[in-house]
Design a protein around this ligand. Structure first.
Ligand code: ADP
Ligand code: MG
Ligand code: ZN
Length: 501
């Protein structure tokens, strides 16, 4: 029953329409306990073991606000350049869903804790786009349903469903952008770059583990199109719970091509939620979107209003770490990087690793060259992240120090790194086990030089006659004899000495 979906060629979409985006990001806070009760806030575990009457919504159970969650919400608001409400309340968002046992979600509605901010987002080519933030509000997560017996894991076709309330009541912050306009063909990239920048920011704040794969950071992407001559926004769709950066980009792009094909035929877009399919990069229809009125929002009567004092807000402002964008600027300055070098560094995800290697004693150029070239290739061929390679920044700094001390040539250093990556031990251990030390003992080198000169008397004659370039052949022979463990520069010096040129 899968209908054939018409898509418009992407270049034509951009020619005829302007995309409008709105991104909603849910982030689970890493507090010790849940939002309104003392249950542990931890991912996974045996189903229904981290629950109590409050997060199960049993009659008579009363919520108490988690102060750490409020603190996290305010710090996120401040980092996003938001105003922090002087006074705000929680609200009940009423709807029935089996994973939400109270039949309402405790959320915030027209009184969010933070509002009116922005986040500057850097695109791949260095262009900066300012994304305006409408609000960041507090709410609680729902439990999880597991649909058993069907082919897709969806409720359709399932034999029965299981419910796990361990996640019910986990503190969530929902961060909602204002509409993002005038990004044209770069809309999908802007969407990805925004979520990526937000993830980096939340990670620097240490308020969440920001694991998109585990659902602690989730993105809903609202997309609509306006014809070039239109004056009003088109109808949007909301693609729910897109769970990787790449998927955010693909989902936005797909929706643009799908909506454009419908609009071009004179059709209209249904306001609805949609699901993203990782496998083929398409979206499919979810449910028709409720309006705010459907939820019968009203102020939560069981919780007191939140009125963060200005002193507390200023205290929290002092706890903000260096923002990722500022850090990038500082690093570019301190390491004297061109825009291009900085971009390469960011693209391979090596900033932290290089910084740690520099911390351990290497120069920025040395550390960068290893991580961005040699090690990025190693990670690539193993299909893992750079940080997952089995070499630490301290170990790499040790290798670099051995090169600088003349104990390893660059070639030997690469072999040592291979040994470390293969789990043969620390750099010193690999040098020892593989016997990779540079032959620095002149008497051993002199013997090898003399032997090579004796084997090629014609070359020796040329060098003696002033053709120093001919020494290359002798250097080659000595390197071969010492299995590459000689310092080529020293060998060259010794050759000149020995021929008496
Ligand atoms: P909802 O409760 O429907 O999810 P929200 O206000 O939480 O609504 O989020 C809606 C998001 O969609 C916001 O980011 C908003 O800026 C954005 N948005 C609103 N109208 C449009 C539109 N026509 N096209 C694209 N995005 C839109
Ligand atoms: Mg919303
Ligand atoms: Zn509980």
């Amino acid at each position: 029953m899968t209908a054939v979906v018409e898509l418009m060629d992407y270049a034509d979409v951009i020619e005829r329409f302007d995309p409008v985006l709105g991104l909603e990001v849910h982030v689970e806070l890493n507090t010790n306990t849940k939002m309104f009760c003392g249950c542990a806030n931890e991912f996974g575990g045996e189903p229904n073991t981290k629950v109590c009457p409050t997060c199960l919504g049993l009659p008579g159970a009363l919520p108490v606000v988690n102060a750490k969650a409020i603190e996290g919400a305010i710090r996120i608001g401040l980092a996003l350049n938001c105003e922090i409400a002087e006074w705000c309340r929680f609200a009940r968002k009423n709807y029935f869903y089996p994973d939400m046992p109270k039949n309402f979600q405790t959320s915030q509605y027209d009184e969010p804790i933070a509002f009116n901010g922005y986040l500057d987002v850097t695109l791949d080519d260095g262009e900066v786009v300012r994304v305006e933030i409408e609000r960041a509000h507090m709410e609680e997560d729902t439990g999880k349903s597991l649909h058993v017996g069907g082919a897709t894991g969806r409720i359709h076709g399932a034999e029965h469903s299981l419910l796990d309330y361990n996640r019910a009541g986990v503190p969530l912050i929902e961060i909602v952008t204002k509409t993002i306009e005038h990004t044209g063909g770069r809309a999908p990239e802007v969407a990805r770059a925004y979520v990526s920048a937000l993830r980096d920011l939340l990670s620097a704040l240490d308020v969440s583990d920001v694991r998109m794969d585990q659902g602690s950071l989730r993105c809903d992407a609202n997309v609509s199109l306006m014809a070039k001559d239109a004056t009003e926004f088109g109808t949007r769709t909301e693609t729910k719970n897109v769970n990787s950066l790449r998927s955010v980009e693909r989902a936005v792009r797909y929706e643009m091509t799908r909506q454009a094909a419908i609009l071009a035929e004179g059709g209209s877009i249904k306001q609805e939620t949609r699901h993203f399919q990782e496998a083929d990069g398409t979206t499919s229809s979810g449910r028709t979107k409720e309006t705010a009125e459907d939820y019968r929002y009203f102020p939560e009567p069981d919780l007191v209003p939140i009125a963060p004092s200005r002193e507390w807000v200023e205290e929290l402002r002092k706890t903000l770490p260096e923002m990722p964008s500022e850090r990038r600027k500082r690093i570019q300055r301190e390491w004297s990087l061109t825009d291009e070098a900085l971009r390469d560094l960011l693209n391979v995800g090596a900033v932290d690793l290089v910084a740690a290697t520099v911390e351990a004693g290497a120069t920025p150029d040395e550390a960068r060259s290893w991580w961005v070239n040699t090690l990025a290739q190693e990670a690539n061929s193993r299909e893992i992240e750079l940080a997952e390679l089995a070499i630490t920044p301290a170990q790499l700094a040790e290798v670099i120090a051995l090169v600088n001390a003349g104990e390893l040539t660059n070639k030997l250093a690469k072999e040592v790194v291979q040994g470390v990556l293969a789990g043969e031990g620390s750099p010193a251990e690999v040098v020892e086990k593989r016997g990779l030390k540079v032959v620095s003992d002149d008497s051993a080198l002199i013997a090898a030089v003399d032997e090579a000169l004796a084997a090629q008397p014609d070359v020796a004659e040329k060098i003696r006659g002033g053709k120093v370039a001919a020494a290359g052949a002798i250097v080659g022979a000595v390197m071969k004899a010492t299995k590459g463990q000689a310092d080529a520069k020293r060998v060259r010096e010794l050759i000149i000495e020995r021929v008496g040129a």
